[in-house]
Design a protein around this ligand. Structure first.
Ligand SMILES: [Zn+2]
Ligand SMILES: [Zn+2]
Length: 306
């Protein structure tokens, strides 16, 4: 069964192979380490907020350990399950000849922007659903619990979020377009590096590029604790999607708000990092069943507090 899907829709498998091949990982690691070093220096030189203390730093290390152990497995498992689904649903719809953009590093960079643009459309909606559906919010809140954004916050995603990405992003992308493995590898590297950059604790505005590409200030608005910023700036790379769907917030020059959540200090242990959504869902289910069992006086209606 999977063999036939593999033959008919090799793009997905090559994409995953490209992401996790030895060559891709080693070259990606080289770039990631270099990028990280630069972002770390900038975080010390021009911090947007006070740099994290030792307890927050330890929480980030724990989150990163969970990320490196569980998240690639969750994404791979999700990709393995969702790939045949894209094929059975008739994908890919478009086979774009991206090589027409031209060869070489500049061509490769431009090629990689096409899948990132498509990725960002699906990411936008997945991200927005995570904020608007309470069940998905239980998964995403680990990421937002970070009190001081920094270069490691990009890795602070719950492993279930990676699993769901396969169905909300990888599946529809593979249904829509066919992407070559080399382009996918470059795109994955750009996505990873840019995500680390816009989470970094760096007070660097992008000036006239602010409305064109995301940056540390644009994404900080999304993590802001201020109510006026709630539900804004979901796009990961192209603010255009926020603008099109009505969630765009252009940061003003001095707009560098505090970040985090009001109901947690962001210092989570291993168990909480791994199991938190299940605990949240269990609380919701128990609350709902208690509400259903509670006898109500005649003539009144149950009110569920959101
Ligand atoms: Zn979010
Ligand atoms: Zn974020």
């Amino acid at each position: 069964m999977l063999g036939s899907a593999d033959e008919a829709n090799p793009a997905m498998w090559k994409w995953l192979e490209a992401q996790y091949s030895l060559e891709a990982l080693s070259s990606a690691w080289g770039a990631v380490v270099l990028g990280y070093a630069g972002f770390l220096v900038l975080e010390r030189l021009v911090p947007a907020q006070r740099n994290p203390g030792i307890r927050e730093f330890a929480a980030d290390v724990r989150a990163n350990l969970v990320y490196f152990l569980l998240n690639p497995v969750a994404l791979f498992l999700g990709g393995w399950l969702s790939s045949p689904a894209a094929w059975y649903l008739g994908g890919p719809q478009f086979r774009i000849n991206l090589a027409a953009f031209g060869p070489g590093p500049v061509g490769g960079f431009l090629l990689a922007l096409v899948p990132i643009f498509v990725f960002d459309f699906f990411y936008y909606w997945f991200h927005r659903f995570q904020h608007e559906w309470s069940w998905l919010w239980e998964v995403h809140r680990l990421h937002h619990s970070e009190q001081v954004l920094n270069v490691t916050t990009n890795f602070r995603h719950h492993w279930l979020e990676e699993f769901f990405r396969a169905f909300f992003i990888v599946l529809p992308m593979n249904w829509l377009i066919r992407i070559g493995p080399a382009t996918s590898a470059v795109a994955a590297l750009l996505i990873s590096q840019w995500s680390s950059f816009f989470h970094a604790n760096i007070r660097v505005g992008l000036g006239p590029l602010t409305g064109l590409v995301t940056g540390p200030q644009y994404h900080r608005i999304h993590h802001s604790i201020e109510s006026k910023h709630a539900g804004k700036n979901y796009a990961a790379f192209f603010p255009l999607w926020d603008w099109v769907f009505g969630t765009y917030w252009r940061p003003a020059r001095g707009d560098w708000p505090e970040t985090g959540l009001s109901d947690t200090n962001g210092i989570w242990g291993f168990r909480e990092m791994v199991l938190s959504p299940f605990a949240g869902w269990w609380r919701t289910l128990r609350g709902a069943s208690r509400l259903a069992r509670t006898p109500r006086p005649k003539g009144t209606r149950a009110v569920v507090k959101q």
